[in-house]
Design a binder for this molecule. Structure first.
Ligand code: 13P
Ligand code: SF4
Length: 297
């Protein structure tokens, strides 16, 4: 299997991109492993004929939007992100009617149709910088209400309106104050993703995207309790052997676990489950994503 996948990658001039939450056996085949921003930036730079995105649909859509003339496939068609489904184009249009002077910031965990209505997108790595870069006082921000609350705390001079009010990721809202207490007993630092609940974020020693966690762990040697999807800890252990990381075994994103090495091989071989989006949607979404990339991390 391993040899076949590697040979197919060469034969097809393919690049394999994997999110930090992908199983390690998938990450092992990836040319790029990273957070949503890193995957978007690398997708923009690739010269490959075929892009295979091992992650969830919005990540594959982002790669396609940035590469409209390349073939982008996702090995398992129904690997989605329940958080992305909270935001619809109608919700954005309604919010814009209520706040005509507001800017629309759409988290990359969203559909291409929602991105097409955004002034700019953001990821968890750059949400604060993106909002700070805008002249508007009021920001419509969706779909993650907890990331919106994080940005509001960092930028009290802005009014952040979450669209919809309760958008959330079930994996991250699964972390509670009981987990905080348990982590404090173990000692070391609590490192938390900004999709966690505000009361949990307030107890954290560091709040970061998954890529920020990879970079942040390079300094220091304290134990970390990692409040995000548990595969993040598998990756941190590979990168920093000997260092102590604690995960929450129940923190599993079911959609991130759908892709197996057999699916990856099939995706490379048959090029099935191609991401196809209307040209106009892609053109408008691309403007919002490129504006974000220009702001940086
Ligand atoms: P990152 O961009 O931090 O990797 O987050 C993506 C995600 O889906 C978090 O659940
Ligand atoms: Fe979506 Fe949450 Fe899974 Fe991330 S962890 S892909 S936000 S459901």
């Amino acid at each position: 299997m391993e040899a076949e996948i590697r040979a197919l990658k060469v034969r097809k001039n393919a690049v394999v991109m994997a999110h930090n939450y992908q199983p390690l056996e998938i990450q092992a085949f990836a040319d790029v492993v990273g957070d949503s921003l890193e995957l978007a930036v690398k997708a923009k730079e690739t010269g490959a004929d075929l892009i295979v995105v091992c992650g969830v649909r919005f990540m594959a859509e982002t790669a396609k939007i940035l590469n409209p003339n390349r073939k982008v496939v996702i090995p398992v068609e129904d690997a989605g992100c329940p958080l992305a489904d909270f935001l619809t184009p109608d919700l954005i249009r309604e919010a814009k009617e209520r706040y005509p002077d507001a800017a629309v910031v759409v988290y990359v965990n969203s559909t291409a149709e929602s991105k097409a209505l955004a002034d700019i997108t953001c990821t968890s790595a750059n949400a604060v910088q993106v909002v700070r870069s805008l002249p508007n006082d009021t920001i419509l921000f969706g779909p993650d209400a907890n990331l919106a609350a994080y940005v509001q705390r960092e930028l009290p001079e802005k009014t952040i309106v979450p669209v919809p009010p309760g958008g959330h990721c079930y994996v991250h809202t699964g972390f509670t104050l009981a987990d905080v207490e348990a982590a404090k007993k173990k000692g070391g630092m609590i490192v938390c993703h900004p999709e966690c609940l505000p009361e949990v974020q307030e107890q954290a020693d560091m709040i970061a995207s998954t890529g920020g966690m990879v970079r942040g762990a390079a300094g220091g040697d304290e134990p970390w309790s990692v409040f995000t999807e548990r595969e993040m800890v598998s990756r941190l252990r590979v990168l920093y052997p000997g260092r102590v990381f604690y995960e929450k075994p129940e923190a599993v994103c079911a959609d991130m676990k759908k892709i197996s090495p057999a699916d990856l091989r099939q995706a490379l071989e048959r090029e099935e489950h191609e991401v196809v989006l209307p040209r106009e949607v892609m053109d408008r979404a691309r403007r919002a994503i490129e504006r974000m990339i220009a702001v940086g991390a």
